[in-house]
Every structure is written in structure tokens, then in C-alpha cells.
Design a protein around this ligand. Structure first.
Ligand SMILES: Nc1ncnc2c1ncn2[C@@H]1O[C@H](COP(=O)(O)OP(=O)(O)O)[C@@H](O)[C@H]1O
Ligand SMILES: [Mg+2]
Length: 373
């Protein structure tokens, strides 16, 4: 019975993961461009690989696609190693940044290309191309050539060409990087909506944090060839596991902190927080500007903390207002730290006097402690 149960559990786990990278590395000559990467990509998810230029994103995508082999480690497709499977036999399609459309072919012929290669009957090609062009809102452009299309339309042709073959996974290497800001935003929405409709796994690369947060089910963050954290946008944003991730996404307050043992907790310029056994020695405290509020005299919840701060500046930003504050040093020592607080704009906040003291309130749950250095 136990064996049967664990078999069933294994099957469920295999169904969940469409691709698994197990200890995958890549070196060129003696340079390690990718440290061992372990990453599970789940069936039907929109997974984004995010990181600065040169961090190894394209290298990961090229290895999944079969364009280059790993130096070590294994890539599994639904539990089976695909090291020996050539590019054209992998059930993936890739959308490149430059679209790579055939200039001498019409939109319809570009989109049907993969089906012709697979010797799909002409009548079926015609109907599938038609259906996919409707999906990407290009049904009326079937007879045009790439040069007669806008950048966004060419991008959608490239997407249509990738989805028409009904791949199990679509690999997208910075497909929006060449578009101007406005078109880029509308293509982000289009792409996310398309992924929901066709329910295909998307592995999407970008170096743009906001793009990653707004589009992804999960984000894999890369830094110098290391996969540093994988999680939902909320986890990555509010529960960073390193200083790099804490600083990479939007504004954050990073302050020194020191663990004094599980009983006495963690000391910081924001006072004392509870520690777990994982916290030791010098640390960094991270808390988002929007995680603070001003003390209004109401009763504190058990998980709440409070600290006095001096208001240095109030900046009106439209819907939100930013407060810049000064707080004391670690353990009450001299040496001031700055904290940024952001809250919905209200008259009571805009009227706060610069130079006055305010009481900040926040929840322990909104604080992350990170290893230092
Ligand atoms: N064919 C290659 N030969 C040598 N170095 C390479 C090669 N391809 C990529 N690299 C190096 O690997 C690192 C990661 O590259 P890449 O995966 O393209 O990064 P990203 O896509 O995150 O910008 C970079 O330092 C890059 O110079
Ligand atoms: Mg790249």
C-alpha cells in the first residue's frame, strides 16, 4: 500500500513538471558561465528567467531548446533525459528577439512553415494557420510580407509561428526588448492573455523586473551564472533571500541587523525582531516602503512593531506620497539610518511638518532578514 501510494505521488510529480534542470552547468573553455542550476518548470505555467545582461539567461534557454549541450547535469522532459534529442525533435518552439521571420514569405507561409516541414496535409495547414492568425489578431494580414508589418505585428507573426505546431513548451528570449515602451506594454498583456488561452508552458526571458512581476506565475532570478531564487512575484518581492534580490526589484529599505540568539532576537535600527535558529551573526534587514504605516493611536497587534523616526522630506508622487525619515543606529547607537516610506496620498500626510517626529508601525511578517555580504 505504501509503495502504491508513493508510486502515485511520483506520477503526480512527473505530471507537474514538464521540464527539470538537474545540476546543469555550462562552461566555455575554462570559464563557468553557469553554476549548477536546479530548476523545475511546471506544466502550463508562465515562468520567467530574470537577470542582468550576461547572467546566463540565454544560455539556459539554448540548452533547453537543444541549441547547445550542457557541460554537465541533466535536462528532463516529463522525467526523461533529452540529452540525445536533437532540436527539431524537441516539442518546443523558440521565439527570438529579432523574430527571425522569412522576408520572402507571406505571413501565412511564415506561420505554416513548421507544419510544411512536418508534412502536414495542405488543407490542415490552411485551417490551422487561419485559426492561429485569428488567435493573434492577424487574420486580415495573412497575405502581407514581413516588411509590410509594424514591429508589434511582426512579433505576433513570430508568436503564431511558434504556437501553430502546438509545442509543449514555448521558449521566448527577450521577445519584447526591441519594442518601444507603449507597444511593449500592450504586447505584455497580449502575451499573458495568449498564454492563459492556449495553456501552454511559457519560459520567458527578460531583464526587466516590472515586466517579470506583472507577467509571471513564477520568476527564476539569475545573478552571475547563479540561479539565486525561484518563487512567485510576491515571494520574490516581499521575501527576498539575498541582498541582490532585495535590491533588484523596486525600492527597498536595507538596514544592518544582528542576531543575538533565539531568546534575545534580532537587533536593528528598527528595534528588536524575533529570530529563528536560521538567523546568526550579522544580517541585513529588508522592508518595503509600502509596508510601513503611521501610528494612529490604535492598539498594536502582537505581530506589530513601532519605532520613532524624524521626518526629513515629504515627496508627492501622485497616488502615493513618499516620506524620507531618519532613525537611530543599531542598538540605539549613534549613526543615523534613512528609511523610505510610501503610502497612499492623503491630506493628513501631505500636511506633516518636516523635522517633526513620527511613529512608524509595521508587521514582523513584512520584514526579511538576509545574510550579509
Ligand atoms: N559561445 C560562447 N562562448 C563564450 N562565452 C559565451 C558564449 N555564449 C555566452 N557566453 C558568455 O556566457 C555568459 C552568459 O551569457 P548569456 O547566457 O547570453 O547571458 P544573458 O542572456 O543573461 O545576457 C556571458 O558572460 C557570455 O559572454
Ligand atoms: Mg540573453
Amino acid at each position: 500500500m505504501t509503495a502504491l501510494l508513493s508510486d502515485t505521488a511520483d506520477l503526480a510529480a512527473e505530471r507537474q513538471n514538464v521540464i527539470q534542470l538537474v545540476g546543469v552547468t555550462k562552461s566555455y573553455k575554462s570559464v563557468d558561465v553557469l553554476k549548477p542550476v536546479n530548476l523545475d518548470i511546471r506544466d502550463g505555467e508562465f515562468l520567467t528567467i530574470l537577470g542582468p545582461s550576461g547572467s546566463g539567461k540565454t544560455t539556459i534557454l539554448r540548452m533547453i531548446g537543444g541549441f547547445t549541450p550542457p557541460s554537465s547535469g541533466r535536462i528532463l522532459l516529463r522525467g526523461t533525459d533529452i540529452a540525445q534529442v536533437p532540436i527539431f525533435k524537441r516539442p518546443f518552439n523558440t521565439v527570438f528577439q529579432d523574430y527571425a521571420l522569412f522576408p520572402h514569405m507571406t505571413v501565412a507561409r511564415n506561420v505554416g512553415y513548421g507544419l510544411r516541414i512536418r508534412k502536414t496535409p495542405p488543407a490542415e495547414i490552411k485551417s490551422r494557420v487561419q485559426a492561429v492568425l485569428e488567435t493573434v489578431n492577424l487574420a486580415d494580414k495573412a497575405g502581407r510580407y514581413p516588411a509590410e508589418l509594424s514591429g508589434g505585428q511582426r512579433q505576433r507573426v513570430a508568436l503564431a509561428r511558434a504556437i501553430v505546431c502546438e509545442p509543449q513548451v514555448i521558449l521566448l528570449d527577450e521577445p519584447l526588448a526591441a519594442l518601444d515602451a507603449e507597444l511593449r506594454r500592450s504586447m505584455q498583456e497580449f502575451l499573458k492573455d495568449l498564454q492563459r488561452r492556449i495553456r501552454t508552458t511559457f519560459v520567458f526571458i527578460t531583464h526587466d523586473q516590472e515586466e517579470a512581476i506583472s507577467m509571471s506565475d513564477r520568476i527564476a532570478v539569475m545573478d552571475h551564472g547563479n540561479l539565486v531564487q525561484v518563487g512567485t512575484p510576491e515571494e520574490i518581492y516581499y521575501k527576498p533571500k539575498s541582498e541582490f534580490v532585495a535590491k533588484f526589484f523596486g525600492e527597498n529599505n536595507i538596514l544592518p541587523a544582528a542576531a543575538k540568539g533565539q531568546a534575545s532576537g534580532i537587533e536593528s535600527p528598527l528595534g528588536r525582531h524575533s529570530a529563528s535558529s536560521a538567523h546568526q551573526g550579522e544580517l541585513l534587514l529588508a522592508i518595503r516602503p509600502e509596508s510601513f504605516r503611521l501610528h494612529d493611536g490604535s492598539e498594536m497587534r502582537a505581530d506589530e512593531r513601532m519605532a520613532k523616526a524624524r521626518l526629513d522630506a515629504v515627496t508627492f508622487l501622485g497616488a502615493t506620497t513618499q516620506l524620507s525619515l531618519a532613525i537611530g543606529g543599531l542598538g540605539g547607537a549613534a549613526g543615523e539610518h534613512r528609511v523610505k516610506v510610501r503610502m497612499p496620498t492623503a491630506l493628513s500626510i501631505r500636511n506633516l511638518a518636516v523635522g517633526s517626529d513620527v511613529m512608524l508601525r509595521w508587521s514582523e511578517a513584512d520584514v526579511s532578514f538576509l545574510p550579509k555580504g
